[in-house]
Design a protein around this ligand. Structure first.
Ligand SMILES: Cc1cc2nc3c(=O)[nH]c(=O)nc-3n(C[C@H](O)[C@H](O)[C@H](O)COP(=O)(O)OP(=O)(O)OC[C@H]3O[C@@H](n4cnc5c(N)ncnc54)[C@H](O)[C@@H]3O)c2cc1C
Length: 382
């Protein structure tokens, strides 16, 4: 076993840390208040190769491994989880989905732009009546010969307003159940495709989340991803990798909150001494450091499994389940260590605490991760 990061990994981590400190930190409170994220920052993340981290350079990507991906995600998430969710969706759901399962034409036409950040993508699975139960798709895609016609509603879509390319999951043949589901590439501006207003959220407020409406949207047949009926498998496979990104996001939120709390504990005085000298605070820091390190091990293991070509369904679910719990619990502790200052925006930890919650909900709630893990555990005994 070797826990050492390579020179290249360290360089990538430092580049992401530097970008987060110099470009994301200024204005992060204002962006959270205003629920905005400037296109200019997305463009810069594209220039640094963050929008297509694992994509083959022949399609415009950075050709890095999954370990690099989680290192970048952790550093961005320490400062701005709204930025990192855009990176995560674009990388592990949209770019990975197209690179692994798209046709060569689809890769040339869409992946090359998505991987460089020239445009960004959205992944559209959830519906008002199909969240955790993703097989209950009500959106339909009727086969009309040379094209499909899509009708329905998708909700909670990250990058819903700013994306140009949407991967849309829809039911073609209800009788075939989940084997009758397909995935399609839909371009912004296609007639009948409408984007609803932005959601007003608890956390990751800089990230735009929208409901999408499809009214007789014509999609050419060549925009279907994979064989007829592959859509549900496509969604599950991409989400399995997506969970590594969200686990890394949770790790970043937890470690960002921890670093702020550690620094504050050495500065703030109470009863004539720095609060870090009170054992109650020192033990909180000890617990935070331990929990975060445990989460880091699970996140790295899941990324390593992906890099090795191992099955990572279980390890990514474990990493997301655990890291999101750590993010939630330890960001609350970071607020506590800050006392009253933890409750105001200026000190950043209240935002991290609000941002932490989503990591237990999207790309499969914690309860759904337990279903995935328990299935794997039970299958391992004959
Ligand atoms: C900010 C944000 C961004 C998102 N981005 C995207 C996106 O880009 N693309 C996309 O497709 N979706 C996205 N989602 C949707 C997200 O993935 C779903 O909200 C999530 O999967 C849960 O579905 P739901 O909200 O319908 O909750 P429900 O499925 O209704 O679940 C409600 C509760 O019941 C529990 N539950 C449900 N079924 C079971 C079960 N079998 N056993 C035990 N407990 C169960 C859940 O864990 C949860 O606690 C986003 C959501 C949010 C809030």
């Amino acid at each position: 076993m070797d826990f050492t990061l390579t020179e290249e990994h360290l360089m990538i981590r430092d580049a992401a840390r530097d970008f987060a400190q110099t470009e994301l930190l200024p204005g992060v409170i204002e962006r959270d208040n205003a629920q905005t994220f400037p296109g200019e920052l997305v463009r810069k993340m594209g220039e640094l190769g963050f929008m297509g981290i694992m994509v083959d350079p022949k399609y415009g990507g950075s050709g890095m491994d999954a370990i690099s991906y989680v290192l970048i995600m952790e550093e961005l998430s320490k400062i701005d989880a709204s930025a990192s969710v855009m990176v995560s969706v674009n990388n592990s759901l949209v770019c990975y989905g197209l690179e692994a399962y798209g046709s060569e034409e689809q890769k040339q036409k869409y992946l090359t732009k998505l991987a460089t950040g020239e445009c960004i993508g959205a992944f559209c699975l959830s519906e008002p009546e199909a969240g955790s139960d993703a097989t209950s798709q009500k959106t339909t895609a009727i086969d009309m010969g040379d094209h499909y016609v899509i009708n329905g509603t998708k909700n909670w879509i990250t990058n819903g307003g700013r994306a140009e390319v949407y991967l849309v999951i829809a039911q073609t043949d209800r009788e075939k159940g989940h084997r009758g589901i397909n995935a399609f590439i839909v371009e912004k501006g296609t007639p009948g495709f409408d984007i609803g207003p932005k959601e007003d959220k608890l956390g990751i407020r800089g990230s735009d989340t929208h409901t999408l409406q499809f009214n007789d949207v014509k999609v050419p047949k060549e925009n279907r991803i994979g064989e007829d009926g592959f859509g549900f498998k496509f969604a599950m496979k991409t989400l399995s990798g997506g969970r590594i990104g969200i686990a890394a996001q949770a790790l970043g939120i937890a470690s960002g909150a921890y670093e702020l709390a550690l620094k504050y504990s050495k500065e703030r005085k109470a009863f004539g001494t720095e609060i870090s000298n009170h054992q109650a605070i020192a033990f909180k820091l000890a617990d935070m450091a331990t929990e975060i390190e445990a989460a880091r091990m699970l996140v790295m293991k899941a990324a390593w499994d992906k890099d090795q070509g191992n099955n990572y369904d279980m390890s990514s679910a474990m990493a997301k389940l655990y890291a999101s719990k750590v993010a939630m619990e330890q960001s609350v502790e970071a607020v506590q260590i800050h006392g009253g200052n933890g409750f105001v925006k200026e000190y950043h930890v209240e935002r991290l605490m609000r941002d932490a919650k989503i990591t237990q909900i999207y790309e499969g709630t914690s309860e759904i991760q337990k279903i995935v893990i328990s299935r794997g555990v039970l299958k391992s005994i004959k």
